[in-house]
Design a protein around this ligand. Structure first.
Ligand code: ATP
Ligand code: MG
Length: 435
């Protein structure tokens, strides 16, 4: 196939056999978030480049290496969003939603774009479901975000597959003092650092902490740790969070090297990690970003949030066989009609049945065909019943109902009695019929 007819590398089609799993995940999440009083916000997938440069920060991998940035026809620099927080902050400021200390508890879902090296669990167009909360400064809301993600894992059957890693990055003053100590320590060992970390020593030294290089990691063993630089307030915040997680029975590992890739985090940071997906093991990541909104020129406004990777979660659900078996509900009926008069009557009947049973899954044969060919299509469709309408049935104002699965007897039903009969033979809405 010519290159122009192929999808862009790292940008995937989500095919019909995969979408039920996606919808299941999205639906489970939306229902859960409703239960905690969060509201959905839908945001553009492009913003002015400046927004991300300022919000995420120069010197981060995302801004320096991963953004899809281009000039539009008006010579404005636009960027496909690499994450959701910056756009969400822009929206709440633009609409005055955080003025006067108004609390906002928001969630969003959608595609994000990063120019990365595509591999399992890492793509150039990927999807996140994210949550952002504004104007709540305390550790109680940090705990709520973690508690609700834990409940999501429980609903999805993933509790045993994920672990929670937790850290506090302190205030920006704490990080400033720590950065100095870390840089001084690493500067003395500069020659032993890997090349990436050498570069980061001037651009973004904290990021060296999560270097994948073994020798660099060994060097970091004896480096100063951020925990020793937290001021009283940050320490109290972190203690408050841990106390709440303990009370909720949520286990966590303190990971002093967890720093997160984006510049705007302070105090709480966390990641939910699995060992079932290989290298791309983080399925959900987030933290507190109290300084971000002032960076955009807004009044000081606390913020905290997280985002999870939908592809990685779907992969995890598949890998662990955690997807419910009845995600792809089969059609209830397949209508076979023979001859023009029966086709016209069939169309009318089909629409009447849809009026009576809005949840009905009814496939109407298209393209006419012999009895044999229509029947074959009915069978192949996976429908539970064939509904047959020929000249004889039409004359009697009846249809024949023939089971395609199981061995119930074939029966003739009057048009007028059909909706009531379907109520008897088809399972009611709710039990696996909601998808
Ligand atoms: P990673 O360390 O895996 O690159 P990140 O720190 O860059 O992740 P975040 O910006 O925090 O990721 O995004 C939150 C979540 O979105 C990640 O934990 C992951 O599940 C998912 N994610 C991030 N980048 C990608 C990608 N390129 N492809 C698929 N999922 C991704
Ligand atoms: Mg990344």
């Amino acid at each position: 196939m010519s290159k122009s007819l192929q999808a862009i590398r790292g940008m995937n089609d989500i095919l019909p056999e995969q979408t039920p799993a996606w919808r299941y995940l999205e639906r489970t999440f939306a229902t859960l978030l409703d239960g905690y009083g969060y509201h959905e916000i839908r945001l553009p997938i492009m913003e002015f480049t400046e927004l991300f440069a300022r919000g995420i920060g120069e010197g981060t991998d995302v801004v320096d290496k991963e953004m899809y940035t281009f000039l539009d026809r008006n010579e404005e620099s636009l960027t496909l969003r690499p994450e959701g927080t910056a756009g969400c902050v822009r929206a709440v400021l633009e609409h005055g939603m955080t003025g006067g200390g108004q609390v906002q508890k928001l969630w969003y879902a959608g595609p994000m774009f990063r120019y990365e090296k595509p591999q399992k669990g890492r793509y150039r167009q990927f999807h996140q479901i994210g949550v952002e909360v504004f104007n709540l400064p305390g550790p109680d809301i940090d705990a709520e975000l973690i508690v609700l993600t834990a409940r999501l894992w429980q609903r999805l059957g993933l509790t045993d597959a994920v672990t929670l890693q937790l850290n506090s990055l302190g205030s920006s003053a704490d990080r400033g003092r720590y950065r100095e100590a870390l840089v001084a320590y690493l500067q003395e060992r500069f020659e032993q650092l890997d090349e990436d970390s050498q570069r980061r020593l001037t651009t973004n030294p904290l990021r060296i902490l999560d270097s994948k290089n073994a020798q660099t990691q060994a060097l970091l063993q004896d480096a100063p740790t951020l925990a020793d630089y937290l001021d009283d307030e940050s320490r109290a915040h972190f203690d408050g969070l841990k106390a709440r997680l303990d009370a909720a029975g949520i286990r966590y590992q303190i990971n002093p090297k967890l720093v997160r890739g984006l510049d705007y985090y302070g105090r709480t940071v966390f990641e939910w990690v699995t060992d079932k997906l290989g290298a791309q093991g983080t399925v959900c990541a987030g933290g507190r970003y109290d300084g971000l909104i002032t960076q955009f020129g807004g009044k000081p406004t606390p913020g905290v949030g997280f985002a999870m990777g939908v592809e990685r979660l779907v992969l995890l659900l598949e890998t662990l066989a955690c997807l419910p078996g009845d995600l792809q509900r089969p059609a209830d009926l397949y209508l076979c009609a023979f001859g023009e008069a029966a086709e016209l009557a069939g169309l009318k009947l089909a629409e009447q049945l849809r009026d009576a049973r809005p949840d009905l899954r009814l496939l109407v044969n298209a393209g006419a065909g012999s009895f044999k060919s229509q029947f074959k299509k009915a069978d192949k469709s996976g429908a539970l019943w064939a509904m047959i309408l020929g000249e004889d049935e039409l004359a009697a104002q009846q249809v024949a109902l023939k089971p395609l699965r199981g061995d119930a007897p074939q029966e003739k039903v009057d048009f007028a009695a059909l909706a009531a009969r379907l109520d008897e033979i088809l399972p009611p809405a709710g039990f696996g019929r909601g998808n």
